[in-house]
Ligand binder design. Structure first.
Ligand code: NAP
Length: 300
């Protein structure tokens, strides 16, 4: 039996683990299948105070801090949380269950999928949701980035160092949603070309292409030939393990105010939070402090 189980190993979960373990609570991190969540994919984390390096560097250093205080970690994904008399039972996809007095949900968010013809079938075969993972395969080639937020523009900048040409397909007329510093960097890159007021209708393989090129067709019927397509159209909360009784907001994130006693939420899956490493850290800290107080009231 643990005092506090933390679901997720991104910034919110690992910060919660530091606080929980340092408060001498028996703490388990259920990390997901891989460490770090979306932060692990950040090539250069440059807006977290007093840190320079990759997202994975930050994650590993923070995990070391948490385990240094005694937090344990297992790699599995949660499929269900059961509420019982002594607390919670967390069921994982590896068939194991773990018991705790309190649970902090910090399972974050995942990339929203592009729901157009061909997009799903071509994932891993020309369509990618991770520029830092797959960008290398497009060295010297022409790629499209879909989206107009910070993620899309950051992806375009990352890809511009590898690819010959990066076109950003955005459905609005300017990148006002993204931060000014990122917009300016994009504007300065000669091999990044925005295509505004444009949406895709379908993606397919170019039939006669020896190199596996794609044809992306826009809603007005224009065909764009490219080597790869990177999709960055926002995020959805990872809350599939919860039933309908848990209240969500209109974008599917958890509303914290009516959770059962002993169940807490932190990070990108929490309604209202700004999706940043810095805000996730603060959110994880707050959830851990609430969970520690709750465990104390149970005499643990
Ligand atoms: P986002 O800000 O929600 O932007 C999603 C973009 O995708 C929007 O431009 C949206 O268009 C577009 N979009 C959504 N659905 C679409 C569809 N079906 N087809 C085509 N385009 C579609 O998402 P994000 O860029 O992933 O960022 C998420 C959060 O993380 C934000 O708070 C962001 O600031 C933060 N973030 C910060 C940094 C950083 O360096 N500071 C880096 C990455 C992310 P519309 O604009 O028309 O709605």
């Amino acid at each position: 039996m643990y005092d506090i189980i933390i679901l997720g190993s991104g910034p919110a979960g690992l910060t919660a683990a530091i606080y929980a373990a340092r408060a001498n609570k028996k703490t388990l991190i259920i990390a997901g299948d891989t460490l770090g969540g979306q932060t692990a994919e950040i090539a250069n984390l440059e807006n977290y105070p007093a840190f320079t390096g990759s997202g994975m560097d930050w994650i590993q250093s923070t995990l070391k801090q948490a385990t240094g205080f005694g937090a344990e970690i297992v790699y599995a994904s949660v499929t269900e949380i059961k509420n019982n008399e002594s607390g919670f039972s967390v069921v994982c996809d590896n068939g194991k269950s773990f018991e705790a007095t309190a649970v902090i949900m910090a399972t974050g968010a995942r990339a929203r999928r592009l729901e157009i013809d061909g997009a799903k079938d071509l994932v891993g075969n020309g369509v990618s949701y991770c520029a830092t993972c797959d960008g290398f395969f497009y060295s010297g080639k022409k790629v499209l980035v879909i989206g107009g937020g910070n993620s899309a523009l950051n992806d375009a900048l990352y890809l511009a160092d590898l690819a010959r040409e990066v076109q950003i397909i955005y459905r609005k007329s300017s990148f006002t949603r993204a931060e000014a510093i990122i917009r300016d960097r994009v504007a300065q890159r000669e091999n990044i070309k925005p295509i505004f007021n444009t949406e895709l209708k379908s993606i397919r393989k170019k039939p006669d292409s020896a190199t596996g090129e794609l044809i992306a067709t826009t809603t007005d019927g224009t065909d764009i030939v490219c080597d790869g397509i990177f999709v960055a159209i926002g995020h959805e909360a990872n809350t599939d393990y919860l039933d309908e009784s848990v209240k969500r907001d209109d974008v599917g994130r958890i509303v914290a105010d009516n959770l059962p006693a002993g169940l807490f939420v932190a990070g990108d899956e929490k309604s209202g939070i700004k999706m940043q490493v810095a805000t996730a850290v603060g959110s994880g800290c707050g959830a851990a402090m609430d969970a520690i107080s709750y465990v104390n009231t149970k005499g643990k």
